[in-house]
Design a protein around this ligand. Structure first.
Ligand SMILES: C[S@@+](CC[C@H](N)C(=O)[O-])C[C@H]1O[C@@H](n2cnc3c(N)ncnc32)[C@H](O)[C@@H]1O
Length: 223
């Protein structure tokens, strides 16, 4: 079982969710980061008919936008934090989107096959920045079991200039400092290339996609 080691161990109360604290817990910038994710996926070819997986969906900052865009039943979101998933359901109700039948799961082991479907597209936005390397390998192995042959999984990360880069790195815009050995983590693109191969995937470096805190984008496909 994957052991969580980050702030996402904490569970929000119902009252905190009613007051919107879940929006801060996933990093704020609610509208901006939701819209950015949907616009990016649409540019990459996401269609309303596609099956879509949101890894580390949190309280549906991107999820709300995806559920709105996709046909009913085509959105699947999975997260380790039970209270954030509950908050996501609250957001869906508030937005009048519950009837679009999104599938939401709480899971700590990247068991994406629990949805019982294969995906055209998937994303993990601001998730790998919180994960040590072994968890990322597990995530990519899970992805390799649920991607359609032509499907693509996108993931954001804080970029380091070289593998095992042990100095703290200041990222601008955003002012976040990332680390080699603690959350928020940074990795080099070469490290991801190696991890992708271990998981039977090929990696595409996309880089800057307009993230307000300087997270870069990668794409992964089946080999
Ligand atoms: C910064 S938030 C991003 C949430 C969402 N992707 C978004 O853009 O709003 C990081 C999310 O990753 C989730 N997470 C962290 N470790 C995880 C794991 N091992 N499995 C699934 N989700 C995880 C956290 O609970 C949290 O919801």
């Amino acid at each position: 079982m994957t052991q969580s080691i980050n702030i996402y161990d904490q569970q929000l109360s119902d009252d905190e969710i009613k007051h919107g604290l879940h929006r801060d817990m996933v990093g704020g910038m609610w509208e901006e980061l939701g819209t950015l994710q949907l616009d990016f996926l649409k540019d990459e070819g996401l269609l309303p008919t596609d099956a879509f997986l949101d890894v580390g969906c949190g309280s549906l900052r991107g999820g709300l936008r995806f559920v709105e865009y996709l046909h009913a039943g085509n959105y699947c979101g999975i997260d380790i934090n039970h209270s954030l998933v509950l908050a996501g359901k609250h957001e869906l109700e508030q937005a009048g989107l519950s009837e679009k039948q999104p599938h939401l799961l709480v899971d700590d082991n990247f068991a994406f096959d629990r949805f019982g479907t294969k995906f055209d597209f998937a994303i993990a936005q601001s998730v790998f920045s919180h994960l040590p390397k072994g968890h990322i390998v597990n995530c990519l192995l899970g992805i390799s079991r649920v991607l359609k042959p032509q499907g693509e999984f996108f993931a954001t990360f804080f970029e380091a200039p070289s593998p095992a880069y042990s100095e703290p790195l200041l990222h601008e815009p955003g002012g976040v400092v990332s680390y080699f050995d603690r959350d928020p983590f940074h990795y080099s693109a070469d490290e991801f290339d190696e991890i992708a191969h271990q998981a039977g995937l090929s990696m595409r470096y996309i880089g800057n996609w307009g993230h307000p805190r300087d997270q870069r984008m990668l794409g992964f496909r089946l080999r």
